[in-house]
Design a protein around this ligand. Structure first.
Ligand SMILES: CC(=O)SCCNC(=O)CCNC(=O)[C@H](O)C(C)(C)COP(=O)(O)OP(=O)(O)OC[C@H]1O[C@@H](n2cnc3c(N)ncnc32)[C@H](O)[C@@H]1OP(=O)(O)O
Ligand SMILES: CC(C)C(=O)C(=O)O
Ligand SMILES: [Mg+2]
Length: 512
């Protein structure tokens, strides 16, 4: 029997994923995701871009200090200042700390963005590796926009950076432009033509602009790539990155034709996906492969009949294999602390005692209002009670009157920096009145870009989950709020977004 090849999973949710509009996370949020990625057993966690801000530096440092299993990578441009700063944060992970440096190699990027020629880019790349070598042998180099790079030049760069000491060479499809057959050829070409290629692992990093990131990554694996860079839920710059759950579950489900393994503990996939959505407010579409709400639902009679007779008629993988536990304890108002704590732990939330107490009180309040508490309700409780940005503004109380007769009016009481303020406004509808009232009380100049309402679970007693996207001074944030009353959920989401804006402004106040 032939041995399957082991493919390394490099998770960049906390770096490229965080480059998704509105996905910025604070240190605590990044650390929470990092712990979950550790449970998921990825090989490498790219924790951030340390030169980008003091906040990102501290997040990478904290993750390097805390996370024990996976390697910890930090991204840096090909210059001394970025590399030194990256190592300053990564050094706490010792030999597990990976310096990931990059420079663009395509004609279009070199000409318009870097304003450098090929020789200058090659020399800069080699110099960067030499700088990184002062600190570690664990060095990854990325040729940004590799797919649109002239192959002979890409070949020269790859050979030169390996000679200089890079042990992982990443071939990104930065703009999601390639197709599987072409990408296969690029990776195969490098394997067959770069003389020292055996001294490094080939990595790939595919974007999803044409919806091909997973297919391209799989083609690269078949051509000999040993590491795939991906993100949870496929989040990332523009249309996102290769989705971790899709890639890993394809390799697992189709091992008959794809003889490759990963070390990912797939039963943590669903809780990780939910946790990321809860923290960033970026929900996955219902029909999303593997983790979408409908991925294991069967609506049509013929399908339902098939599944009743034998699940594998319409299910190519089991819900349990991704951690969708269907035999879980039912949580409701008669449930106790043990069952509550156990389910939270299964969902990846390892709470301190005081946080568990706070969440439990909120759980009981909700359980009085609705019959059954689902995992999604628990995520919302944790998001609301525990994973909160520092609260400059706090929603204390609100009252709304609306209907088809009287003008919708919202009276809001907020605590702002410890002082209570109260005000009322009329609006086109109750949500509009509530937002106007909050805006007036806080004096915010933020523009409302988007507002969405959804039910977290089914039924009229379900919690409403609202998201509010705000913009101010070029910064965009996404606020979330959950409550059985959707107007209250909307106001909470608006206040949460204002708190995120305030904390982002604070984080970016001192730029390097
Ligand atoms: C494909 C990718 O995903 S790459 C990663 C993208 N991620 C990010 O950019 C997020 C973090 N970035 C940041 O916080 C900021 O862009 C910083 C701190 C890195 C730099 O900020 P600024 O100094 O204000 O520069 P700005 O972002 O406007 O421009 C980028 C500069 O880096 C240069 N540059 C771009 N890539 C590289 C590189 N790989 N190596 C060296 N220099 C580079 C550009 O030519 C430009 O140089 P210039 O200032 O001399 O014109
Ligand atoms: C920095 C590199 C790896 C990147 O994110 C890209 O090219 O898309
Ligand atoms: Mg990228």
């Amino acid at each position: 029997m032939s041995e399957n090849k082991m493919i390394k999973i490099f998770d960049t949710t906390l770096r490229d994923g965080e480059q998704s509009p509105g996905a910025s996370m604070n240190i605590e949020e990044k650390l929470r995701i990092a712990h979950q990625l550790e449970r998921l057993n990825v090989d490498v966690i790219e924790a951030g871009f340390p030169i980008a801000s003091d906040g990102d530096f501290e997040a990478v440092k904290k993750i390097a200090q805390t996370i024990k299993g996976p390697q910890i990578a930090g991204l840096c441009r090909a210059n001394d200042k970025d590399i030194d700063r990256a190592w300053e944060a990564l050094k706490y992970a010792k030999e597990r700390g990976r310096i990931h440096t990059f420079i663009a190699t395509s004609d279009i990027h070199m000409k318009y963005k870097l304003q450098m020629d090929e020789d200058q880019v090659l020399a800069t790349a080699v110099k960067a590796i030499e700088r990184a070598k002062r600190y570690t042998d664990n060095i990854e180099f990325s040729a940004e926009d590799a797919v649109r790079t002239r192959l002979p030049f890409l070949e020269r760069v790859v050979e030169a950076v390996i000679d200089a000491g890079a042990t992982i060479v990443n071939i990104p499809d930065t703009v999601g432009y390639t197709v599987p057959s072409e990408f296969f050829e690029i990776i195969a070409y490098l394997r067959n033509n770069v003389p020292n290629i055996d001294k490094a692992t080939i990595s790939v990093h595919c974007h999803n602009d044409l919806g091909l990131a997973v297919a391209n990554s799989l083609a690269a694996v078949q051509a000999g790539a040993g590491q795939v860079e991906c993100t949870i839920n496929g989040i990332g710059e523009r249309a996102g990155n290769c989705s971790l759950e899709e890639l890993v579950m394809t390799l697992r489900t189709r091992n008959d034709v794809l003889p490759y393994d990963t070390r990912v503990a797939t039963e943590h996939i669903y809780p990780t996906s939910r946790m990321l959505s809860t923290i960033t407010g970026i929900m996955v579409q219902p029909n999303k492969a593997v983790v979408g709400a409908n991925a294991f639902s069967h609506e049509a009679g013929i399908h339902q009949h098939g599944v009743i007779m034998e699940k594998s008629t319409y299910e190519i993988m089991t819900p349990e294999s991704i951690g969708l536990n269907q035999n879980k304890l039912v949580l409701g108002k008669h449930s106790g602390r043990h069952a509550f704590k156990q389910r939270l732990e299964e969902l990846g939330y390892d709470l301190k005692k005081e946080d568990l107490d706070k969440a439990f009180v909120r759980f009981k309040t909700l359980a009085d209002q609705k019959k059954e508490i689902f995992d999604e309700d628990l995520d919302a409780i944790i998001a609301d009670e525990i994973i909160r940005v520092p609260e400059k503004y706090k929603l204390m109380q609100m009252n709304v009157s609306s209907g088809s007769f009287a003008a919708p009016t919202a009276t809001i009481e907020l605590e702002i920096n410890g002082k209570v303020k109260k005000g009322a406004m009329i609006g086109a509808g109750p949500v509009d009145a509530a937002f106007k009232s909050i805006k007036k009380l806080t004096g915010s100049k933020a523009n409302l870009l988007a507002f969405n309402v959804g039910g977290i679970t089914g039924g009229t007693d379900a919690q409403g989950e609202c998201t509010v996207r705000l913009e101010e001074g070029g910064r965009e944030v996404l606020g979330q709020g959950a409550h059985p009353d959707i107007i209250v959920a909307s106001a909470k989401a608006y206040v949460n977004a204002l708190n995120k804006l305030a904390s982002t402004m604070e984080r970016n106040r001192i730029r390097i």
